[in-house]
Design a protein around this ligand. Structure first.
Ligand code: FES
Length: 124
């Protein structure tokens, strides 16, 4: 479960360490988060736990479009976190993969300017 303080931004890593096709696990306030850069260059962050059986997604693969869990192979789209594929499904299964999703954590290359400045210290 991701339970970071929602009103704050955290420095997670250097942007240059995020390359397409590689996930970077970090720990923020004792929460395991997985950082990834999508093929379009955008940065995404997800809880580092698969919603299926809780496997750490860092042990899976990332191809720039999706994270794939290394345990049963569920694939999660990077742009939405929604599951797009469950390899064990067979024809006529009624389970819709998109019902399942990975927990997203807001991520940005840098925080919005209004939040970056913090308290006004110019009077000191
Ligand atoms: S634990 Fe991730 S797909 Fe099963």
């Amino acid at each position: 479960m991701i339970n970071l303080l929602p009103e704050f931004w955290y420095l997670a890593t250097l942007s240059r360490k995020l390359t397409v096709g590689r996930s970077v696990p970090v720990t923020l306030l004792e929460q395991e988060v997985l950082l990834v850069r999508a093929g379009d260059g955008r940065v995404h962050a997800y809880a580092d736990r698969c919603p299926h059986r809780g496997m750490r997604l860092r042990h899976g693969t990332c191809d720039g479009a999706a994270l794939q869990c290394g345990y049963h192979g569920w694939r999660f789209r990077l742009d939405t976190g929604r599951c797009e594929s469950i390899p064990s499904l067979v024809e006529n299964d009624i389970i819709e993969p998109a019902r399942f999703g990975q927990r997203r954590v807001p991520a940005a290359r840098q925080p919005p300017a209004a939040r970056r400045t913090g308290p006004d210290r110019s009077a000191r």
